[in-house]
Design a protein around this ligand. Structure first.
Ligand code: 5GP
Length: 120
């Protein structure tokens, strides 16, 4: 059985405004901000504002408006950061064995350099 959503996780606290962040884009249902420990010149995290841990969780429970908003936010961030013009990579770690450290669904946007086989 999967653990329930933990409202004390770091991204939940960022969404609630309890922790500062360097915001790139905020929409009705999504938030994008710079990773605190960037692994590339462009390293932005895009998250839905709702309480979702995984893609399964998100696509089962979120509204179509939330899903559309989130996917669109990823594309907008790629354009706004300049990543889209140069080529970039999306990565989403899910679960402990998938390398997910923060249990709130997120997509990493990496860019600004030639990208090797793996990041994060
Ligand atoms: P994961 O390993 O879960 O896919 O990635 C979590 C990411 O969140 C890591 O790249 C880590 O640097 C970033 N991160 C962890 N804590 C904070 C924080 O407080 N603020 C920001 N902006 N990023 C964080």
């Amino acid at each position: 059985a999967k653990a329930p959503y933990d409202p004390a996780n770091i991204f939940a606290r960022i969404i609630r405004g309890e922790l500062p962040n360097r915001t790139v884009l905020e929409t009705e249902h999504s938030l994008a901000f710079h990773d605190i420990n960037p692994l590339a010149p462009i390293h932005v995290l895009v998250i839905p504002k709702g309480n979702y841990v995984s893609w399964d969780d998100f696509t089962e429970k979120a509204s179509e408006a939330e899903i559309t908003d989130f996917v669109r936010a990823v594309g907008q961030v790629a354009r706004m950061t300049g990543a889209d013009a140069q080529g970039y990579r999306l990565l989403s770690n899910v679960g402990k064995r998938g390398g997910q450290e923060v249990p709130h669904l997120h997509v990493h946007v990496f860019g600004g350099q030639p990208l090797g086989p793996m990041l994060a």
